[in-house]
Write a protein that binds this ligand. Sequence first.
Ligand SMILES: NC(=O)c1ccc[n+]([C@@H]2O[C@H](COP(=O)([O-])OP(=O)(O)OC[C@H]3O[C@@H](n4cnc5c(N)ncnc54)[C@H](O)[C@@H]3O)[C@@H](O)[C@H]2O)c1
Length: 251
Amino acid sequence: MRLEGKVAIVTGGGSGFGEGIATRFAQEGCQVIVNDINVDGGNRVAQEIKNSGGQAVFCEGNVGSSSDWADLLSCSLDHFGKLDIVVNNAGTTHRNKSMIEVTDEEFDLVYDVNVKGIYYSARNLVPYFRAQGSGNFITIASTSGKRPRPGLVWYSGSKAAAIVSSQAMALELAPDKIRVNVVNPVAGDTPLLAEFMGSDTPEVREKFASVIPLGRFSQPSDIAAACLYFASDEADFITGACIDVDGGRCV
Ligand SMILES: NC(=O)c1ccc[n+]([C@@H]2O[C@H](COP(=O)([O-])OP(=O)(O)OC[C@H]3O[C@@H](n4cnc5c(N)ncnc54)[C@H](O)[C@@H]3O)[C@@H](O)[C@H]2O)c1
């Protein structure tokens, strides 16, 4: 039990990587707030964790809303009495297409979720973590933020912003013993994958997988394992780090 006694918020926990992270954290003894805008997905994941003997609560909320972050902190304090870890996992993308075809609305949504969500998490949670004398942020960014592909220009820019903002947070928050680390997944078979690829055919899948040296897409369990390390006390001296969970893609 590597997270016994800890409490975590996992945003976007109702699907894909977030589901994998929330489930693994609960298996390791963590009490988990499963956050999502998708009520069915979030409730399902929280219920499945409870059915397996873990502790979880679903808390609906949009990470692009500051007041929803305040509610998330209250939810954690009301149910579990404290908060130790925040996994900023919720994310979205515009579909893979020419950079000049991405609409204002698509651009704004990508930045609201992928970048402003992190900003609001800091605005709402840093004062609490400072008072507590500890805290742990984990950002799920993307290999796109380091090694972009055509067709994902503005998504890639948002993930680069997520990486650098998180590393800058790590520096500013180090005196407060608040750690901030980043996990960069390579393409994974979640509901977002078709958006990243533009179309979902065996040929397109092969094209995306062929540039991953270990020869497969990432899985939620791969991403969860990296997050578990950052969340655990084993990583007590690790902050500002960025792990590429990418089968060698970024080398
Ligand atoms: N799947 C990939 O290939 C891949 C690769 C690199 C990085 N990522 C990143 O991993 C993270 C998780 O994505 P995923 O692939 O598991 O996709 P997913 O669609 O399975 O999960 C994302 C979840 O976030 C939720 N969400 C979206 N907007 C939200 C908001 N405003 N507030 C709260 N929840 C919100 C969605 O409802 C969904 O449940 C994202 O940040 C994504 O950018 C994914």
